[in-house]
Design a protein around this ligand. Structure first.
Ligand code: NAD
Length: 264
């Protein structure tokens, strides 16, 4: 899998899954725009890539701001002449967020979640169209989640954005397939990044989560980046409109307790 001559934009690439994707893309010959609202983290990742002999540029991008998304895409085109890959991936829970039932969700938290987690991805896709249509090629990968396929307690807005993103991706795939533009989602399970906060750090909680995962561990950012890069690559030339689950087998289970002793 190589990306020589290809140019990508990865949002939220200052940390976690986005960072691993950007590094993996650059390691395989691609040139990458590191777009994150944490400017220091973005610069750090770009320097790491450059130190390893790769090509990257960082730009402070707050995906809640349409002009920032446009600027990141424009930078790919103005500096490197093309846009082959867009990974819509940035997300953070709203400031002061805590899990709450639908009846108690604050309107501002709902709106913030939809804006950063869904509307920003719509805008990224929309702004990528002109370059990709002109080239008659391009691959978009959106980071959805298993939370977009099934629901959990206290995270309705998150469940909503990820489900919406999966169907937005399908709609886009239908409309732009004829132009050679592909769009897919990756649906991670529980991945060990700062986003999961205490769940990753608290040993008891971690054990409980791991016990629900057939492969017996939380995912690593690279586990997801590898799927994203496959979907971005020519190896996935016939894959579009898909929602690719990478969750260690977590959602393979209906939830019915085992009726035979477990192996291992
Ligand atoms: N970690 C998991 O268990 C998990 C599971 C399923 C899906 N996801 C999804 O994966 C994606 C990446 O999350 P992660 O786990 O790597 O988290 P992370 O916190 O490690 O990385 C998220 C990055 O996004 C950036 N960011 C947040 N808000 C931004 C904004 N408004 N504009 C620009 N950048 C912004 C942060 O600065 C950070 O660098 C998210 O879409 C998340 O919903 C994560």
């Amino acid at each position: 899998m190589r990306f020589d001559g290809k140019v990508g934009v990865v949002t939220g690439s200052g940390s976690g899954i986005g960072r691993a994707t950007a590094i993996g893309f650059a390691q395989r010959g691609g040139t990458v725009v590191i777009a994150d609202y944490n400017e220091e983290a973005a610069n750090q990742v770009a320097s790491e890539i450059a130190a390893a002999g790769g090509r990257a540029v960082a730009i402070r991008t707050d995906v809640s701001q349409p002009a920032d998304i446009q600027a990141a895409i424009d930078l790919a085109r103005s500096r490197f002449g093309r846009l082959d890959f867009l990974h819509n991936n940035a997300f953070a829970m709203p400031p002061g967020w805590r899990p709450s039932r639908v009846g108690e969700v604050r309107d501002e938290a709902w709106e913030h979640t939809l804006n950063v987690g869904l509307t920003a991805c719509f805008r990224g896709m929309k702004y990528a169209v002109p370059a990709m249509r002109e080239q008659r090629s391009g691959a978009i990968v959106n980071t959805a989640s298993i939370s977009g396929i099934q629901a959990d307690y206290g995270v309705a807005a998150y469940n909503t954005i990820k489900a919406g993103l999966i169907n937005l991706t399908r709609a886009f795939a239908l409309e732009y397939g004829p132009y050679g533009i592909r769009a897919n989602c990756v649906c991670p399970g529980v991945i060990d990044t700062p986003l999961i906060g205490g769940a990753g750090r608290d040993p008891e909680m971690r054990k409980r989560i791991e016990s629900r995962i057939p492969l017996g561990r939380l995912g690593r950012p690279e586990d997801i980046a590898n799927v994203v890069l496959f979907l971005a690559s020519d190896l996935a030339a016939f894959v579009t409109g898909s929602a690719y689950v990478a969750d260690g087998g977590q959602t393979a289970h209906t939830g019915i307790p085992p009726i035979i002793p477990s192996e291992g």
